[in-house]
Design a protein around this ligand. Structure first.
Ligand code: ZN
Length: 79
């Protein structure tokens, strides 16, 4: 699994729509990739904050922000 793959599964992960096999791959990736681990953590915290306020919604805007953040970091490591 690459960071891009991880990213494309992130919303499914939080929606609980992810299969057991894929979950293993996701966990394997975040165990090896510090940046995705941080992103996952941050996203989780963000969602919990939204949930507390009962306005949780995985909006396209939020997805875009997460996507941009990860890709920026991944490009930074690739250098
Ligand atoms: Zn990654």
């Amino acid at each position: 699994m690459t960071c891009t793959d991880f990213l494309s599964k992130l919303t499914d992960y939080f929606d609980g729509q992810i299969g057991a096999e894929l979950m293993v791959e996701v966990k394997h990736h975040i165990a090896e990739c510090h940046h995705c681990h941080v992103v996952l953590d941050t996203t989780k915290q963000t969602i919990e904050v939204y949930r507390d306020n009962e306005i949780y919604e995985f909006s396209p805007e939020l997805q875009n922000r997460i996507h941009t953040a990860i890709m920026t970091k991944c490009r930074a490591i690739a250098k």
